[in-house]
Design a protein around this ligand. Structure first.
Ligand code: ASP
Ligand code: MG
Length: 430
């Protein structure tokens, strides 16, 4: 059994969905667990719906949602003939689920609504894709991932209840594979024990796929992307980026940890634990080699560059110029744990503790507010965190020339610098 994951770009238009079906056709007769993301930029659009709703702009939220409904119905109309009506019925059920909520007033926290609304993107796309594949003779069974994937209620960053989910996989998915070659479901989403929808963090579909690969003891997982392979940098940020044909799990974990967008940070572990190889392949040209990620050592890697934008520096110093001691630092870590804030970089000095985190306004505000009861807090926004693995002097100097470095950390393998964001525009324009 193989696990496939098709990302948003692979299903973002009628043509792309047809292309995806052609890829699937090549695997005729094989057992496949297929995970599909929301179409194109749907997740971003649903985020806007949530924001409008939570800001109290109900009409705008409904209007934005209406646009998404029409887009999906139109796609379904172009793709489907015999299965159109059945698809429409399913889509309309999902529409109602969201609209029912949008007609209310927001009374709970933003992250809760986010998950209830944003999960719809995956439900829409999988409904359309599943109906289309079935119509084209690629028989598959559609599953609502929320019936399988159980999580806690840390909305937007939900944690999998491994045991419960494993049971569901054994009791529901495994038997289905006796009658079906292909099971198709959503990535990124799950549900709590109270049946509230949850999401696993942006780009979480890779993780969902890995979870299924692990629990089903898959022979491999393939992520179908619009790039030819994993690159040593994001080609949109660094046009000179080069392809990497082979990586090992640990390298990818490191890359993901530092913010490389290639593969979701949590994805590798479930595969590594069972030694399941991960292929990254291009859906535009499946004949390309792509990248294989496995557990064997890989030597001679090029410098791997990760640029994380929208970073915030929190500078926390003792109010009386005394040292920032363990009790301060421990208190800060407790706060971060409580607020689910993950620092991307921390540095402890004599009278200050520096901490770089993603720009997540609600959380930063809470963290800064609570920390300011025992430390002076300074917040600097709009920064970039540049990480280079396997760095050398030349590449480091090239990427940081004429830049303002606010913070720097270095090990023999990895160097990280915090830069003023406006300077990064120049790098990209070089
Ligand atoms: N649709 C979600 C996102 O865009 C999850 C995913 O595609 O992996 O982040
Ligand atoms: Mg995606």
């Amino acid at each position: 059994m193989k696990v496939f994951k098709f990302g948003g770009a692979s299903v973002n238009s009628v043509e792309r969905i047809k292309n995806m079906a052609e890829i699937m056709r090549q695997y005729n007769g094989e057992k496949l667990m297929v995970i599909v993301s929301a179409m194109g930029k749907t997740t971003n659009a649903l985020e806007k719906v949530t924001k409008a709703f939570c800001d109290g702009h109900k009409d705008e939220a409904l209007f934005l949602f209406e646009q998404l409904k029409q887009q999906h119905l139109t796609t379904a109309k172009y793709l489907l003939v015999t299965n159109y009506l059945s698809c429409e019925v399913q889509l309309k059920d999902f529409f109602t689920e969201v609209e029912w909520l949008l007609h209310d007033k927001p009374v709970r926290e933003y992250d809760y609504y986010y998950d209830q609304v944003v999960c719809a993107g995956e439900l829409f796309s999988t409904s359309i894709v599943s109906h289309y594949l079935n119509e084209k003779g690629i028989a598959n069974k559609w599953i609502d991932a929320r019936d399988i994937i159980r999580t806690d209620d840390d909305f937007r960053d939900a944690v999998i209840d491994w045991k419960f989910t494993m049971n569901q996989v054994q009791n529901m998915i495994v038997p289905l594979f006796q009658e079906n070659n292909i099971i198709l479901t959503q990535g990124f989403i799950g549900a709590t024990d109270e049946n509230e929808s949850t999401t696993l963090g942006r780009e979480g579909s890779d993780y969902t796929a890995a979870l299924f690969a692990n629990m089903l003891d898959a022979e491999s997982q393939t992520i179908w992307k619009d790039v030819e392979s994993v690159m040593n940098a994001d080609p949109k940020q660094f046009p000179g980026a080069v392809a990497i044909e082979e990586l090992n799990y640990n390298e990818v974990i490191e890359m993901a940890y530092y913010g490389a967008q290639v593969i979701h940070p949590k994805t590798i572990k479930p595969l590594q634990n069972k030694g399941i190889p991960l292929y990254v392949k291009c859906f535009l040209d499946p004949s390309l080699k792509g990248t294989i990620i496995h557990d064997k050592p890989v030597h001679g890697l090029p410098p791997i560059i990760v640029l994380k934008e929208n970073q915030v520096l929190l500078e926390m110093s003792s109010m009386d110029f005394s040292f920032v001691g363990e009790q301060h630092v421990s208190h800060l870590y407790h706060l971060m744990e409580k607020l689910h804030v993950k620092p991307n970089l921390t540095q402890n000095g004599a009278i200050s503790f520096l901490c770089v985190i993603d720009e997540w306004p609600e959380k930063i505000e809470k963290l800064a507010l609570e920390a300011s009861s025992f430390l002076d807090v300074q917040v600097t926004k709009g920064l970039s965190l540049l990480t280079i693995r396997h760095y050398n002097k030349e590449i480091f100097e090239y990427l940081t020339q004429k830049k303002t470095i606010l913070l720097r950390q270095q090990t023999p393998e990895t160097i990280q610098v915090l830069l003023q964001q406006n300077r990064m525009d120049e790098i990209q324009n070089n």
